[in-house]
Design a protein around this ligand. Structure first.
Ligand code: ZN
Length: 270
């Protein structure tokens, strides 16, 4: 079985100081947290940025502030930038972080109803982002909220817009999207081309069980405050706690953890 790649999603766009005082929001806090999580076994950081008022921002300058600070450390973690459209709608605002030419970026291959809004990813936008990533050698992590999005990703591959191995993230447990069940996970994995790399990113208390199943199946795991503010019911999480739990489960299962360099090799990153 290949080594386990742990991704940590530090900040997301939902956490606030009020919801979880441990959420890293400023560039300094985010970078310190990334380095701490790398030391506990994280190979990839999935980065969201905030503006001066700690509000979510897709302005590349806020991402650059984080990347520049990270450059000052010796933390070799793989940097994945979000192209999230929860708040930012136009093609250009969605694509602008790609001008920073990260090694990896998220690419959601379909639209989905969340609890009270639509996370919109129209076909033209998906192709637009995929093309920019392809041309700039940025590895897309394909964000899958429902099985139809796997079909959309495979269609992109057919069009020559994705390089192998394909990297999938099954986002489960969000209200309105795919529920976090072993059956759904098995179904998703069975739909993938054989050499694909995949992970789970589960919102809600099922994330521990589902992550354990993914570890046992040879998949990878994403954790972090973007997905879960609580470590267990009633106990606030830190990113370090969440990463440490996954490394402990992997250890108990006899699965080795990938370093960032080993993850680069598994993912075919340049
Ligand atoms: Zn994200």
């Amino acid at each position: 079985m290949k080594k386990l790649i742990i991704t940590v999603a530090q900040t997301g766009s939902v956490p606030t100081r009020e919801k979880n005082p441990y959420a890293p929001l400023t560039p300094q806090e985010i970078v310190k947290d990334i380095c701490d999580c790398y030391e506990r076994g994280a190979a990839i950081t999935h980065i969201h940025a905030r503006d001066e008022n700690l509000q979510p921002s897709q302005d590349p300058k806020h991402f650059k502030a984080i990347l520049d600070l990270l450059d000052e450390t010796d933390c070799p973690i793989i940097r994945q930038l979000t192209t999230s459209g929860r708040i930012f709608k136009t093609f250009d605002t969605r694509a602008q972080v790609l001008t920073l030419k990260p090694q990896s970026a998220s690419l959601t291959t379909g639209s989905v109803n969340f609890a009270n809004f639509i996370y919109e990813n129209e076909p033209a936008l998906i192709e637009y982002l995929a093309e920019i990533m392809f041309k700039n050698n940025i590895k897309p992590e394909l964000e899958i909220f429902d099985t139809g999005m796997i079909q959309n990703a495979l269609a992109l591959k057919k069009k020559g817009l994705l390089k192998e191995p394909l990297q999938f993230n099954f986002v489960m447990g969000i209200k309105g999207a795919m529920t976090a069940t072993p059956k759904n996970l098995l179904h998703c994995v069975e739909m993938l081309p054989p050499d694909s790399v995949w992970q789970v990113s589960v919102v809600g208390p099922a994330h521990v069980q589902m992550s354990t199943i993914a570890i046992a199946m040879g998949g990878n795991v994403r954790v972090g405050l973007e997905d879960n503010l609580q470590y267990s019911p009633g106990v606030l999480a830190t990113n370090v706690m969440l990463v440490e739990r996954i490394t402990a489960i992997a250890k108990a299962c006899g699965r080795d953890i990938a370093t960032p360099d080993e993850a680069r090799e598994i993912l075919g990153l340049s």
